[in-house]
Unconditional design. Structure first.
Length: 152
């Protein structure tokens, strides 16, 4: 009986020493999936891309793979930061791969597809027609208020 108690005591002490040596485990809270991960459903992205004709799909892929920053920024929803991220992620095998770029979700991808469907329109005509050297806005002449008063 003494040996059994001694054996149990030694086992208990060794477990206590092992537990003391092991780092304390922190309570971990389950992490929520990032918003982007849930937004980038491959099925939805593919469904959006199916709206493109083969020619539009090819042109959009060429734009994504070889377009300049100015060309990429012309796409609605793409600013300088996303354009840089797209350039860094090149080359793309398919237009749907663009949705995997940071900052490009379903909404932005849908805007890209709409841009391609519209025939890749250039920036506003007003912006392109402005003279390059003249950046000042021309002020319209102010109208003078009438100072005449009616007499009774």
């Amino acid at each position: 009986m003494k040996t059994l108690l001694s054996l149990l005591a030694v086992s208990f002490l060794s477990l206590a020493v092992q537990a003391a040596d092991a780092p304390a485990k922190k309570k971990s809270t389950p992490k929520k999936a990032p918003v982007e991960a849930t937004e980038k459903s491959p099925a939805k992205i593919e469904a959006i891309a199916k709206n493109l004709t083969p020619t539009q799909r090819t042109k959009l892929l060429d734009l994504l793979n070889s377009g300049s920053e100015a060309d990429l920024v012309a796409i609605p929803g793409i600013g300088e930061t996303r354009a840089a991220a797209i350039k860094k992620a090149r080359p793309f095998k398919d237009v749907t791969n663009a949705a995997e770029v940071d900052g490009v979700g379903e909404g932005t991808f849908a805007e890209m597809v709409a841009y391609a469907k519209a025939g890749f329109p250039k920036a506003d005509a007003a912006k392109s027609e402005a003279p390059k050297g003249d950046t000042k806005k021309k002020e319209e002449p102010k109208k003078k208020k009438s100072t005449t008063t009616k007499k009774k």
